[in-house]
Design a protein around this ligand. Sequence first.
Ligand SMILES: [Zn+2]
Ligand SMILES: [Zn+2]
Length: 401
Amino acid sequence: MPSTAKKDYYEALGVARAADTDEIRKAYRKLARKYHPDLNPGDKAAEERFKTVQEAYDILSDDNKRKVYDQYGFYSDNIPPNGGPPPGGGTAGGPNFEGFDFAEFLRQQQQYGGASGGAGFEETDRSGGSFRDIFGQFFGGGKARQAVQPERGADLEYGLNVDFWQSIRGTQVKLNISRQETCDTCHGTGSSGKGVAVCPECDGSGTVTQMASAMKFNLTCNRCGGTGRLKNACPTCRGEGRLSRSDAVEVRIPQGVASGSRLRVAGKGNAGVAGGPPGDLYITVRVEEHPFFKREGDNINIQVPLTVSEAGLGAKIEVPTIDGRALLKIPQGTQNGQKFRLREKGVFSGKKNSRGDEIVEVFLQAPDVRDERTRELLRELAQVHTVEVRSDIWSKVQVTV
Ligand SMILES: [Zn+2]
Ligand SMILES: [Zn+2]
């Protein structure tokens, strides 16, 4: 990245900050003559100096550019002199600021008193947003991380699938979860008194990379001050006070748990920071469907077929429940789709300390006639049982020919 930071153009021209345009022009002419390459053939230092003088004059002789430079300590084409939306366009010569939100940047700078400074950025006690942090570090600012405050550990979320019967009867499951635990070596303090640990923030490199839109910064790591090492840090947890571990957690799934229920296991989230309490573990239960029993709240719905004679004559039939077989009395004249309730044959609810019901819906299964005897009987039935089953429909429908 080209370095445009902390170039003092006033110093380059040898003029005061308050110098007017005339003084600046005079200083430029004098220095340009002195360092001009034609007058100093082969002198690299003079050539560099000449470029700097030209650059300084280019900025300071232009009122708008000078304003930007005075305010921010550098000049870039897409910074307007007095805030407002940045004009589009290139960034000739400057760092690549394309895609960067300068409006936001300006707001923050104004908010944090950047306008009062000369070259470079002022340190303030307030911690700004990420852009300011980045620029603060980019231009040599930034500040060391504060002492770690006690903080509650994060909650953890896990999903758990259980089958239908596990949900009905309840179960005990052992979950292997990955959680941050307090470091045994330093008991969570993160310091060992004598050890030196590799900085976990930068992995020992001393620099961290931050992205801001299209810009990528390599910044000095704040945690270790660029050394890549943490003094007096616990070598086991590298000063974090916590370690990521796989932990077996026994979880009791209560009887009658419903799909989507969220169970809380207190204290089994991540360990806290600097003596803070641990977070909790939350388990969201998903109950797999049963091919026959359909759960609805605490009730169990089932569908059971009836023969025509059972429906017509009435019967006592066996139906399945979650407890096993149960007897259900079918009254004579039962119709298709009729529902019967078996009390307290549903799911146990710990909350209500009671059981739901089983709802049995019957459907009529017409006889699949394959023999002559059955056919005869049905013909006979048709002759004897002469109820006009569709009369109700005709009474409601007016058909005109
Ligand atoms: Zn570091
Ligand atoms: Zn430790």
